[in-house]
Every structure is written in structure tokens, then in C-alpha cells.
Design a protein around this ligand. Structure first.
Ligand code: PXP
Length: 238
């Protein structure tokens, strides 16, 4: 059964809508852990649109499961990561005007810089994951760059599923690439756009290590509370 990482960025998004002190992402991390999640995920963006540097420090202090920091290869963010020492860092592409992470990292196309960042983070004792599209070239590049973990961007699958279209090709890509990644000695995770309707087929993929889910859990929490929303997703994955 895959583990569940809960992304709490959007708790800070609501706070930033008013530039005030509530809701507190640290409290969200603690609630999610109490409800049985296996790890906390947050993204320190260059534009600090939700999680900020103080949040990151406080979340790191508070988390008792594992902290997975999503980050770009920006040198300042790499320095902050090395100072904070999350258990894991997931390198993602970051574009200034995007609403959310739009696609996987082009590891093959940015090989030298990605490899350099993996080495810097690893030297600080941080396990590194790369967020990639489910494509063979990217899986190979991930392995060659020295990362031991990858996360497949499930966006294409989720969009097809949500539109009620045939999603078999998108699902098959993730199934095939998970198998390939495991053969290459990598740990395979998945995330982006997963929700209470579409997470099942991804959770059932053999060898899938972890699902990282944010938006749909925080959305559900508006109606049932975060504790219940996390429990429901844990049960669904089970
Ligand atoms: N995994 C990664 C690498 C991401 O960048 C995100 C979005 O921040 C997620 C998982 C969570 O995606 P969602 O909020 O759509 O569940």
C-alpha cells in the first residue's frame, strides 16, 4: 500500500489571501499527522506565494513523520534547503506565472544543473527526489543524475480521468514507467491532481511507494475538517 504525503501549501494560500496569521500551516501538519499521514509536503516557491521561510522552519521543527520540501534548482532555495535539512527534497520545475507545477522537470535537458543540485542536497544529508513526467528518457536521466527517488507527474492521467475520457494510455504510461524505475533501482512515487475519485488506479500500481496529495485534501477539509479529510484519503489508498 502506498504511503500518503499531505501537501499543506494551500493552508498558507488561504492565510496569504488576507496576509494574516490564520490558518496556520504548522497546525495543519500536526492535524494531518494525527490523522495518520506518512509525511508532510510543502513547496517553498521563489515568489513565496504560500509557504514562507518562517513556515518552513516551524514545520521542520514540528513534523514527527517526514518532511518533503518541494523546490526548484534556484541557488537561494538550495541554500535554504541545506540550512533547513528536510528529510527529503523534491526538485520541481518552477515558472513564475504558473498557477501550479505544470509539468515534470526536464532532467535530460537540464542534466548538469540538476546533477549539481542533487549532489549539494545529498551532501547535506537530504534524500533527493525528482518530479518528472512518466517518460523513459526522464527516468533514465534521473538515475544517471544520481537521484534515488522520483515522483511521476500524474496531471495528464488526472485530467483525462476528470473529463470522463479514456485514460488507459495515461495510466499505462505511469504503470510501465513505475516498473521501469523500480528495475533501475529507484523508488517511485506519484502526485499532482490526485483526488478522492481518481487516486484509486494510481494507488493500485504495483510497487508504488507514495502518493503526494494537496489540493483535493485541503478542499475536502473545508467541509469535513483536515483530520477527517486525511483519514478518508488514507482509507481510500488502503
Ligand atoms: N507533488 C508535487 C511534486 C507537486 O508539485 C504538487 C503540487 O504542489 C503535488 C504533489 C500536489 O499536487 P496537488 O495539490 O494537485 O494534489
Amino acid at each position: 500500500m502506498p504511503k500518503l504525503g499531505v501537501n499543506i501549501d494551500h493552508v498558507a494560500t488561504v492565510r496569504e489571501a488576507r496576509k494574516t496569521f490564520e490558518p496556520d500551516p504548522v497546525e495543519a501538519a500536526l492535524q494531518a499527522e494525527k490523522a495518520g499521514c506518512d509525511g508532510i509536503v510543502c513547496h517553498l516557491r521563489k515568489d513565496r506565494r504560500h509557504i514562507n521561510d518562517d513556515d518552513l522552519g516551524s514545520i521542520k521543527e514540528a513534523v514527527t513523520t517526514r518532511l518533503n520540501l518541494e523546490m526548484s534548482v534556484d541557488p537561494q532555495i538550495v541554500d535554504i534547503a541545506c540550512g533547513t535539512k528536510p528529510d527529503q527534497a523534491t526538485i520541481v520545475p518552477e515558472n513564475r506565472r504558473e498557477v501550479t507545477t505544470e509539468g515534470g522537470l526536464d532532467v535530460a535537458g537540464n542534466f548538469d544543473r540538476v546533477k549539481e543540485v542533487i549532489s549539494s542536497l545529498a551532501a547535506c544529508g537530504i534524500e533527493v527526489s525528482l518530479f518528472i513526467d512518466p517518460e523513459e528518457e526522464q527516468v533514465k536521466a534521473t538515475s544517471e543524475a544520481g537521484a534515488k527517488v522520483l515522483e511521476f507527474h500524474t496531471g495528464r492521467f488526472c485530467e483525462a480521468f476528470n473529463r470522463g475520457e479514456d485514460y488507459s494510455k495515461e495510466l499505462e504510461d505511469i504503470v510501465r514507467m513505475t516498473k521501469f524505475a523500480i528495475q533501475e533501482g529507484l523508488t517511485a512515487c506519484a502526485g499532482h491532481g490526485l483526488n478522492y475519485q481518481n487516486a484509486g488506479p494510481i494507488a493500485r500500481i504495483e510497487g508504488m511507494h507514495e502518493l503526494n496529495i494537496g489540493h483535493s485534501i485541503i478542499s475536502r477539509a473545508v467541509f469535513v475538517g483536515l483530520y477527517e479529510a486525511v483519514r478518508e484519503m488514507k482509507d481510500l489508498i488502503k
